[in-house]
Ligand binder design. Sequence first.
Ligand SMILES: [Zn+2]
Length: 366
Amino acid sequence: MKSIIEELEYLTSIPALSGMEDRMIKEMVNRFKPLADKVEIDRLGNVTATFFGNLNNEPSLLVFAHVDELGLMVRKIEKNGYIRFDRIGGVPEKTLMGQFMDIHTIDGKNMVTGIVGTYAHHFTPPEAKLTVPSNKDMYIDIGVDSSSEVLDKGINIGSGITYHPDFKQISDHRVSGKTLDNRIGCLMLIALAEHLKKNKPAGNVYVVASVQEEFNIRGVMPVFYLLEPDASICVDITPACDTPDLNFTYEMSLGKGPAVTQMNFHGRGTLAGIIPNPHLRMFMENILDEMNIPWQRDMSLGVITDDAFTIMAGTKGVAMAHFAIPMRYSHSPIETADIRDIKAGIQVLNKIVSRFDHSLDLRRGI
Ligand SMILES: [Zn+2]
């Protein structure tokens, strides 16, 4: 693996809208192939890298992170060439106008860069100055004058649209760009696979790059039904609240270490979230303490990830935990994270997976 910053710049440059993740699927397969005992892709696109355990009768562990990203989809092409769109996943309308976007051809092979138009400032009506229009009223300009020119470029209704990458290191420890959610997780999976290549686990470990999380948070479910792991750790970001607007609504900051989720809950109609298996959660926390690595307790309403549904998958249930890296400005094109948190996250995740074996009693009620 190259440096964390180089890897993140590279991984965030790969577009992978939910349901159109082929480029990231290919990337993860290529990264896992030389490391794992077996690499498989299911029909949805989930990539599973299996590392067979050293010993018999040891519990299996599935570690996963989603590869997909949120974005937009072409809804309508106006006669004069402007493109209308709907959202795929939780794209914040307020950061869309004035942004560069990549519009993908309908075959997914090429893309064209366009801009989300914004009022000419000189002519902005007073009532529009401090408000955000609905995405229904926004449009993308790809520099042509007719719908036929748009179609000639291979763009059509259903074409995917993703943020144009603009990765930057903004200080000694901080980086900013699109899709740190969840290319940070992908990077941690790659680092874990490299670690497992050299350090065989006790039981089987499945390292899974999953799809469609930003769309419907259920993409990884078939993997759970197929493998029925004993335990699982989801790796994703969690929103930091150390900015003037959020003002520590939740105690989560950049630079204070990775986070162990105590609870998250969406609370907007899905009635879904995660309360982790207490034994698995405390196992992770103890390792963090033993390693003398600062860490944070993640407790957040309004947040949801894949594990909300996978926790209920299979017939026996899965002991689930969630390991997260704090990140500011979630789902915007300028998501921001601290390299120190990611570095510590990699070290700890590798240790957690290496230490996971039968000595950890995951049973409830004991
Ligand atoms: Zn995510």
